[in-house]
Unconditional design. Sequence first.
Length: 203
Amino acid sequence: MKINIIFHSIYGHIYRLAEAVAEGAGQVSGTQVKLFQVSETLSDDILAKMGATQAKKTFAHIPTATLENLTEADAIIFGTPTRFGMMSGQMRTFFDTTGGLWANNALVGKVGSVFASSGTQHGGQESTILSFHTTLLHHGMIIVGVPYSEKRLMTIDEVSGGSPYGSSTITGPDGSRLPSENELAIARFQGKHVAEVTRRLVG
């Protein structure tokens, strides 16, 4: 059973969640998990002005996603930062190359799941995941979220991302806040849950 995690990250928050999601998926026996990142569309100069150059280097070893990484997998878990309540332009650009897959029903019946980040507590992480689901539904994918059997979704004694739509993290307006252990645990749960659901589907 193959599960590919395809993400876009600038400062590393989504990358950290991706690692946690992969860890959770890997707990299900017989699961092969691989990480990929979509191509960065911002220039090196812009990334430097954003203060993201060093952060980008920490996950530069992750290979660039291709369309084959979609078709070869039984499940794909996508990670994206929030851009005005939606997926990042880099992730959108990747999906804009999938028209041929859509025409050939190449992703129909595959499992899809999404995790995200936002700068503030109410910065759109839920709308980002929900709007992302629209693209997955157009491809005929089976959407899996994070059920409330994951009790960490109920946490109210600390600021935390995570919803029934998918795991998430809050980065802080300046990006200085790293994913909390609660958020990482929800991400691990999501990875494991997706793997368990996928195993039932692929038999």
